[in-house]
Design a protein around this ligand. Structure first.
Ligand code: GAP
Length: 526
């Protein structure tokens, strides 16, 4: 699939626009147009319905307890100290004093002559093949040789001592020695709360929705009387000052996450880790992502975030990449976050397992936990009843999945010798569910069509189109990904039936007017 064609369709049909485009845009920020907002909304609603209101049964067939929250984007900055984001949510960056470009240190490489005695230049490049080619050409010129070069050596810049950087020519520079030593660059956007712009007023735009859930864990527990295991879910904006926003909306600076923190007994955490991994893969498959483009991949210990004892990335093979890229991470966060917030806030985040306490009552001479603690039971014995829950976190990106859905849906086929572009969205996700088309604008057809349109729009997002030949109207709906077109024609006037056209099979069946709503509903939930 040609990514340029998709990007152009997204702009032309109103799925995605560059943010503040009339002023030249702003790198890493995107706006959703009339079709895009419906698509993304359907994705978020499908997630909320399938994960929060009606999650699949647990590994032993049990009901899953899940509730939602909607937290503020700006939180007390102590949250981000406790979570490790102030100290650790940073990438080491290298600046080029000549080109003024900034690069991720771990994504810079150099090419040099193998016989380099320490006097030759090294040429830096990024993972982009064009950048590598440029570095090879520059090295060839420097060595007065012709590409393809033999006897050259590639190394990661991080394996070159900083004292040798004066021999390195930056990827976009002419002179050597213009790269700075690596410096930590925090990805959180800073702002000030209140009238005074001093360090005491600094706050951050949240870089993930997860922490809003952790800091509300006690509130949710106390207000709902939920019992372990249970999950808390949130959908909302997150912000990261990404160094290198790229690949359309894939890596943006403002994006939306759909996150669950699932709290469970430490001894059961691996079981729930497996459960969420499987549930989340199945969810993507059910919504139309073909399994051969979807790949779960267990992260290596070196890749994992500081809080994780195990993470599986659910990846999708986007057309712009050679390797599948992360759509969602399912992380086993252990008790890292609750412990960190307990330490920073001084508030108790432990859980008392009343059921376990009651179950064992015959084996004790007191039913008061406080009294029992006075007998100095072992830490292991206490841990049976009171412990800090472990957390499994399925963390998905709403924008990333929207992009995957767009890529997966895009297709071109030929109908009666004409090429058609069609977005084959799963009907549940399609921005417009059905279009109502009077065959001609006379003979009583518009009246029936308008009534049907008004009836249907109470239930679904439907579109009315009476402009142009019906074939062209079908094409317009195919490009928007509308799964069904309803045409009111001459026969409708005689027998009160309409044609229902299927976007994918192109089959048209006659359906009684009175049954249209019910038939569409059945197809949407199939
Ligand atoms: N709470 C865990 C967490 O935030 P993450 O892997 O950093 O983990 C989770 O982010 C998901 O959020 C990713 O799998 C991705 O779908 C989405 N995401 C992260 N950074 C993003 C960005 N810069 N642009 C778009 N989506 C992003």
């Amino acid at each position: 699939m040609d990514m340029d064609k998709l990007v152009s369709l997204c702009k032309r049909r109103g799925f995605i626009f560059q943010s503040s485009e009339i002023y030249g845009g702003i790198n890493g920020f995107w706006d959703y147009g009339p079709l895009g907002v419906e698509l993304k909304k359907n994705i978020k609603e499908a997630w909320w319905q399938d994960m929060v209101r009606n999650p699949p049964p647990g590994p032993d067939g049990q009901e899953i307890s899940m509730v939602g929250v909607d937290c503020a984007i700006i939180m007390n900055p102590k949250t981000w100290e406790a979570s490790g984001h102030v100290g650790g949510f940073a990438d080491p960056m290298v600046d080029c004093k000549e080109s003024k470009m900034r690069y991720r240190f771990d994504q810079l490489f150099v090419i040099k002559s193998q016989t380099d005695s320490g006097a030759n230049l090294m040429f830096a490049f990024t993972p982009d093949p064009a950048s590598e080619e440029k570095a090879i050409k520059a090295l060839a010129k420097h060595l007065k040789a012709k590409p393809p070069l033999s006897g050259v050596h590639k190394k990661a810049l991080k394996d070159i001592p900083v004292s040798e950087f004066q021999r390195v020519v930056g990827p976009d520079a002419q002179e050597a020695g213009t790269l700075t030593e690596p410096r930590q660059f925090n990805l959180m956007f800073k702002t000030y709360v209140g009238a005074v712009e001093d360090p005491s007023a600094v706050a951050y735009l949240r870089p993930e929705t997860a922490q809003g859930i952790f800091v509300n864990y006690r509130n949710v527990l106390d207000s709902t009387r939920l019992k372990l295991p249970f999950g808390i879910a949130q959908v909302g904006k997150a912000f990261r000052n990404e160094i290198n926003p790229r690949n359309y909306t894939f890596r943006s600076r403002e994006f939306e996450q759909m996150e669950i923190e699932f709290f469970c007994h430490p001894a059961e955490s691996m079981k729930w880790y497996q459960y969420w991994r499987d549930v989340r893969i199945q969810w993507y498959t059910r919504l139309g992502i073909k399994s051969d483009r979807l790949r779960p991949r267990e992260q290596t210990p070196e890749e994992r975030a500081h809080y994780s004892v195990g993470t599986v990335d659910i990846e999708y093979l986007f057309p712009f990449a050679d390797e599948p890229q992360e759509l969602e991470g399912v992380a086993h966060r252990s008790d890292y976050d609750l412990n960190a917030h307990m330490k920073m806030s001084g508030k108790d985040m432990s859980y008392f397992d009343e059921d376990a306490w009651e179950r064992d009552k015959a084996s004790r001479d007191t039913n008061s936990f406080k009294e029992w603690l006075k007998k100095k039971p072992s830490a292991e014995a206490i841990g049976k009843y009171q412990f800090v829950p472990h957390v499994i976190e399925p963390s998905a990106g709403a924008d990333r999945f929207t992009l995957a859905v767009l890529c997966e849906a895009y297709a071109e086929d030929t109908i009666e010798g004409e090429t058609r572009t069609v977005m084959r969205f799963h009907p549940r996700l399609a921005p417009i569910k059905a279009a109502v088309l009077p065959l001609v604008n006379k003979e009583g057809m518009p009246e029936i069509a308008e009534k049907l349109y008004r009836d249907l729009k109470k239930h679904f997002n439907v579109f009315y189109d009476d402009k142009g030949a019906v074939g062209r109207r079908y094409r317009r709906q195919d490009e928007a990904g509308t799964p069904f077109c309803i045409t009111i024609d001459g026969q409708t006037l005689q027998d009160q039936t309409v044609t229902l056209r299927d976007r994918d099979t192109l089959k048209q069946e006659r359906v009684p007017l009175a049954e249209v709503e019910q038939q569409i509903r059945a197809k949407l939930t199939a």
